[in-house]
Ligand binder design. Structure first.
Ligand code: LLP
Length: 460
């Protein structure tokens, strides 16, 4: 469905902002909730003119809107309270954007944290997250990652037998809390790189072998199996697979009970999609949570078992729409009758999603908010790679070098998947809100780029 705002933009030929209010779901908005056009006709986020932020903090710049992130956290938390009569805990899948400030905000919002490596775990702990609310994932956790997690007191989501054996061999005073990740065998429509629910997946135990794995775990008294986990995939708009998940997981829970385990927790993973362009129409956070809860409640009622504690671990839908990336417009190349390339000062190193998943995002020109959109340009990054295209055929007002181009919905899997390709320094990130614009990630310098280089003596 195309929103009325997209249609309005076509009629008036002007750039537009959605009318999303804090009561609506941040993942359905193309822009952060606080975005507006100010009296200079500039884009403003969190009370700050985007062009001023770029002047102060440099370009490119990730701009994270605190209000949008906190609103999404609260919407998830409140929806679980509304729709689930049992206990619930929302975790932030920190692979979406793991850094101290983001981990601290979600912790303040009473979320737990899903970490996928020792590095993410370290950051979450440094940010003050409660280890009792941290869950370590991964299909090939190292011995040192497992030790670190056990010593920190977090729960480990086991993914394979090797890991179970390794954990059982660790010397600890108390039981190690584990959850078991199982491939749900549920298919859904999303990019093949981010689908995890189908049987042919590198993650989790094969559902046809769960009973053997339960027997295997029961040999090890130092391991306490507290829960079951499944994650279907990412950037999903359909609700059906999440509706069905409850039934599948309750079947496993019953099998675990038959093997003498008391399963207290069910983790349904993440996966809710966000709006990257006008064609995207994801369900709201509220609808997603209701679906997950209904599915689980119905399955528990049918099996006549008490409701377990439910955990969910969204990433993208918590933070994706809270952030934009501001770039400075540079050179323009027009190939008559073919295409106009408009280059910006970043690209695939700060946003690898278009080149990796062919994702389609939307851009606006922050300092020309009321000018008609009369140009079609392809927005190119500055990397030495023809595929480094951020947006193909974007409709924009005519631009000049030095203008501020803003790509929307860059909060999830942008900074966290960023690189130094072509030795480009990573951008800074600024957190805006509460009359404050605070640096949360410092811009890398040339010195940073060679910090870990070593020149052997014979090359000096
Ligand atoms: N739980 C597990 C076990 C996961 O593997 C993931 C994402 C999530 C939760 C969070 O999923 P979300 O709510 O964010 O959809 N780099 C890709 C996405 C990879 C997703 C990896 N796992 C992208 O940019 O689209």
């Amino acid at each position: 469905m195309v929103s009325t705002h997209a249609l309005e933009a076509q009629n008036t030929g002007r750039q537009y902002l959605t009318d999303i209010t804090p009561e609506r779901s941040p993942n359905q908005s193309l822009v952060p909730l606080t975005a507006k056009v100010n009296d200079r006709d500039h884009l403003e986020i969190g009370g700050y003119d985007v062009t001023d932020l770029v002047q102060q903090f440099g370009s490119p710049l990730y701009i994270l809107d605190e209000a949008s992130l906190r609103t999404a956290c609260r919407q998830y938390r409140d929806a679980f309270k509304r729709y689930y009569p049992g206990e619930s805990q929302v975790l932030y899948a920190s692979k979406a954007w793991n850094c101290l400030a983001v981990c601290a905000i979600v912790t303040q919002e009473e979320l737990g944290i899903d970490v996928a490596t020792g590095g993410e775990l370290f950051t979450a702990l440094q940010a003050g997250a409660n280890p009792r609310k941290i869950y370590l994932h991964g299909n090939n956790k190292s011995l040192s990652e497992l030790k670190f997690a056990v010593e920190s007191g977090c729960t480990i989501v086991v993914d394979n037998r090797l890991e179970i054996e390794t954990l059982a061999s660790l010397k600890t005073d108390s039981c190690i809390q584990i959850m078991m990740r199982i491939t749900p065998g549920l298919d859904c429509h999303t990019h093949e790189y981010i689908r995890t629910g189908h049987i042919d997946s590198k993650f989790g135990f094969d559902p046809n072998q769960v009973e053997e794995v339960f027997k295997f775990i029961s040999q090890y008294p130092s391991l306490s199996l507290v829960g079951l986990h499944a994650h279907i995939g990412s950037q999903i708009f359909e609700l059906q697979a999440h509706q069905d998940l409850g039934g599948v997981m309750v079947q496993w829970l019953n099998k675990a009970t038959q093997h003498g385990f008391t399963i207290k927790e069910i983790n349904v993973g993440g996966g809710l999609g966000i709006r990257y362009n006008e064609g995207d129409d994801p369900p709201s956070i509220d609808e997603w949570v209701k679906t997950v809860c209904d599915g689980l409640i119905q399955a528990c009622q049918a099996a006549n078992i008490p409701l377990p504690k439910v955990l969910a671990e969204p990433g993208r839908s918590l933070i994706g729409s809270s952030c934009v990336t501001a770039y400075t417009v540079g050179s323009k190349k027009t190939i008559p009758g073919i295409r106009t390339y408009l280059s910006v000062d970043g690209g695939m190193s700060d946003n690898p999603r278009p080149i990796t998943y062919q994702s389609i995002c939307r851009a606006i020109v922050a300092n020309r908010m009321s000018e008609p959109m009369t140009e079609t340009v392809t927005i190119a990054g500055k990397h030495c790679e023809s595929g480094d295209i951020l947006i193909k055929d974007a409709t924009l007002p005519p631009t000049q070098p030095g203008d501020t181009l803003v790509v929307m919905a860059t909060g999830a899997y942008n900074y966290s998947m960023s690189s130094n390709y072509n030795r480009l320094a990573r951008p800074a990130a600024v957190l805006v809100g509460n009359s404050n614009a605070a640096l949360i990630l410092q811009r890398e310098t040339y010195e940073d780029l060679i910090r870990y280089d070593r020149l052997p003596a014979h090359l000096k």
